[in-house]
Design a binder for this molecule. Sequence first.
Ligand SMILES: NC(=O)c1ccc[n+]([C@@H]2O[C@H](COP(=O)([O-])OP(=O)(O)OC[C@H]3O[C@@H](n4cnc5c(N)ncnc54)[C@H](O)[C@@H]3O)[C@@H](O)[C@H]2O)c1
Ligand SMILES: [Zn+2]
Length: 452
Amino acid sequence: MGKGHLKGNDSKEKKTEFSLVRVMGTWKCKLGHKVNKDTADCVSAAKIYESITEQGASWTVVSPIVFTYKVTETRHLLDPSNDTLLLGHITDPRQLDDIQKSNKPIKRFLVVDQEVYTIYGTKITAYLEANNVLYKILSLPTTEENKSMKMALKILEEINNFSLDRRTEPIIAIGGGVCLDIVGLAASLYRRRTPYIRVPTTLLSYIDASVGAKTGVNFANCKNKLGAYIPPAAAFLDLSFMQTVPRRHISNGLAEMLKMALMKHRGLFELLETHGRMLLDTKFQADNSVYGNHCLQAASQATRIAIVTMLEELAPNLWEDDLDRLVDFGHLISPALEMNVLPSLLHGEAVNVDMSYMVYVSRERGLLTEDEKQRIISCMLGLELPVWHAAFTMELIQKSLQDRLKHSGGLVRMPLPVGLGKAEISNDTPCEILHKAFVKWCDELSGPSDSN
Ligand SMILES: NC(=O)c1ccc[n+]([C@@H]2O[C@H](COP(=O)([O-])OP(=O)(O)OC[C@H]3O[C@@H](n4cnc5c(N)ncnc54)[C@H](O)[C@@H]3O)[C@@H](O)[C@H]2O)c1
Ligand SMILES: [Zn+2]
């Protein structure tokens, strides 16, 4: 048997491995996996495996796809002299040089959350005008109730009318997680994949929705049931947007930050425990005169740790093929809760109610001490997050876990905190523990003030 020929299971099957090389502009199959690079213009990472049997031939294509995207902190994103918004996504220095030298105006389509547009619209327009950009701004009420295919299609129609160049003119989304998710989905559908840029303007989207690859809209009364795993070309993070975010929405983002702290980073937990209230009061603004430098340090440390710990979990598992995901903590029961009580609970609030219950499950399993449990719940209350909700019932827990079972290979993977800043994924939590934890959780935390 020659090189590149593999023995199939069936003795009459002939299997052959081909590499793909480009010679003078044409792609060709070359037998085997070792290719003389000197004789080719380009060698692809893709392979074709051919199998020939008595029934005929079959080809298995293995084509690795690499996603490269940038998550970049910046200050004064809307200052006309800051070119990050227009050019910060470009990784090829030659392309950047060409654009900077060219006198052709830059063209951009922007989708901006309506409330964000009310506050920042004048600044956004002034920025684009000052940089001589040909632009269209679509300002939309991107609320959770409107997070639907209907809105994605509306965006697509407008993009189509604007006629942008899919290779060089990324769509820009400016807003909270809802806006970023819908625009991301629209971009991934337009001409099969058009690059897009995320500019998060809420804390939740700053540390969560802008960091990963997921896009989506709600469908059939389920959260994010339609969507794609297509990361943005870049996410540009400017903390100054937080100064206009309502206090309740800062707490909302702190919930996702607390999630990463509980799962992976004791230091972040302690930071939130000590400085969480200050971060809430100052809305992560460094120039706050009362707290000054202290605030600058805590705000940038907390956001950076949250982002890095999130990236560590997401980058190796961009398409969520591995079902053991710590980032799912607080996201087992909360999607159903969030949809059932919409719009009374925000995403992070629903996540927090779920996390609070899971803390009781962990305690019941002996993974947390009573003191650790109390510290976590006090921290949540300090961040002004709900720790209990009347619609989070045993029935809802069971139904959500059963749904999970269907979609995760017959096992419910339940991330649970073990001490502070560490976690394990349990797939054998007995019903009895879930019940006991529920009763205790209700006994200790259900109160008129926490029930929302
Ligand atoms: N793709 C992901 O990986 C991912 C991760 C987490 C959450 N999400 C999604 O994100 C959504 C929640 O995001 P969210 O909490 O940002 O909600 P949101 O987008 O609804 O924004 C919250 C509110 O704040 C307003 N707002 C936004 N920026 C503002 C600013 N700078 N000043 C004043 N008001 C402002 C918005 O108009 C809105 O009323 C959910 O739909 C969730 O599914 C996605
Ligand atoms: Zn979330």
